[in-house]
Design a protein around this ligand. Structure first.
Ligand code: NAD
Length: 347
């Protein structure tokens, strides 16, 4: 019998285990699930594994990469699309990285709209009121989405689904993308025009060194009074302190946040019986016009099943066939000078 591929699976939650257990071939894989996140202190758990499977808040920095490579781990398999938590430049030449580029753009785009509707129609307030038999409407006045202008930053898979949903609501759509799609019929404008003209702005681009804190005091100053910001992309796109100031000054009408720049310390954990040390997050959550979900946008049955299937195939393909179309390295990510374009490994 062929040797099984050993995977050390970090930051495991019940829903991960259910999705992977439902799909993986026990004759081909041996998965060790760990609750802990992957970091320098926990890296040794991967000893003897062929691959590690990680998620958005595992910290795959240079130390971890050297540790993994030193133990003979051949592959970092991200079970998500974004890879800003992996130092892919340091990984290059040491250990290969694969990801799940798409699993359900609908899951994330629909969640973005769910947050927006919840916020503008005050559903979060109404839900709490009626559970307490308070049927008053004071303070619940919302606004129509129909006819409002939505600015979409990032017009890839998720941005386009969100665009379609917004179109269904009769909204005007403007968009900014660093790499605009040709002949797409999308109404591209400059980033400043997005800031200046949007009633609602939704972020669907990856986090890079260059666009970190693209929402800051300066860009907020250019926005319309009462603007609603939706971030289901990555927390680092928004300077949280500037966002808080924008909310306190009444410039920002509402914020819908599925991601937060310091989420790694809190998201996915139950702190209900504890004192949270992050004052900025605590202050944001205390605001009546801020809705926070804890990086939940991807969490649908369809997405989890697609993530599991693609991750297992990424690992099998790479370790058995020597290639995965979902390999990523800093060259293909930033410079587009990667060998993978020619159907080879990135290095
Ligand atoms: P995608 O690669 O299909 O699209 C990203 C788009 O952003 C591309 O059109 C690209 O040209 C554009 N872009 C790149 N750099 C940009 C910049 N600096 N400014 C503006 N646009 C830029 O990716 P996707 O599948 O649509 O995912 C988008 C993002 O959503 C991911 O990077 C990830 O961070 C986030 N995401 C979040 C969740 C969640 O659960 N909250 C789940 C999946 C993805």
């Amino acid at each position: 019998m062929a040797e099984k591929i050993k995977i050390a699976f970090f930051d495991t939650k019940d829903y991960d285990r259910e999705a992977f257990d439902a799909l993986y071939d026990r004759d081909a894989f041996e998965i060790s699930y760990y609750d802990t996140r992957l970091m320098a202190d926990t890296c040794a758990l991967a000893n003897g594994s062929d691959a590690v499977c990680v998620f958005v808040n595992d910290s795959v920095d240079e130390t971890v990469i050297k540790c993994l490579a030193g133990m003979g781990v051949k592959l970092i398999a991200l079970r998500c699309a974004g890879y800003n938590n992996v130092d892919i430049e340091k990984a290059y030449g040491r250990i290969h990285v694969v990801r799940v580029p798409a699993y359900s753009p609908y899951a994330v785009a629909e969640h973005a709209m769910a947050l927006l509707l919840t916020s503008v129609r005050r559903i979060h307030k109404a839900y709490i009121r009626t559970r307490d038999f308070n049927f008053s409407l004071n303070g619940l006045t919302g606004f129509d989405l129909h006819g409002k202008t939505v600015g979409i930053v990032g017009t890839g898979k998720i941005g386009r689904v969100f665009m379609d949903i917004c179109r269904g609501f009769g909204m005007n759509i403007i968009a900014y993308d660093k790499f605009p799609a040709k002949d797409s019929g999308i109404n591209y404008v400059t980033l400043d025009e997005v800031w200046e003209n949007s009633d609602i702005i939704s972020f669907h681009c990856p986090l890079t060194d260059e666009n970190t804190h693209m929402v800051n005091a300066e860009s907020i100053a250019k926005m319309k009074k009462g603007v609603v910001l939706i971030n289901t992309s990555r927390g680092g796109l928004i300077d949280s302190e500037a966002l808080l100031e924008g909310i306190k000054s009444r410039k920002i009408g509402a914020a819908c946040l599925d991601v937060y720049e310091e989420e790694g310390n809190v998201f996915f954990h139950d702190f209900s019986g504890h004192i949270v040390d992050d004052d900025t997050l605590a202050r944001l959550i205390s605001m009546p016009n801020v809705i926070v979900s804890s990086h939940q946008a991807f969490l649908t049955r369809e997405a989890l099943s697609n993530i599991a299937a693609t991750t297992l195939e990424n690992v099998r393909g790479f370790l058995k066939d020597g290639l995965s179309p979902n390999e990523v390295c800093y060259k293909c990510a930033r410079l587009n000078t990667c060998d993978q374009k020619h159907g080879q490994k990135c290095f």
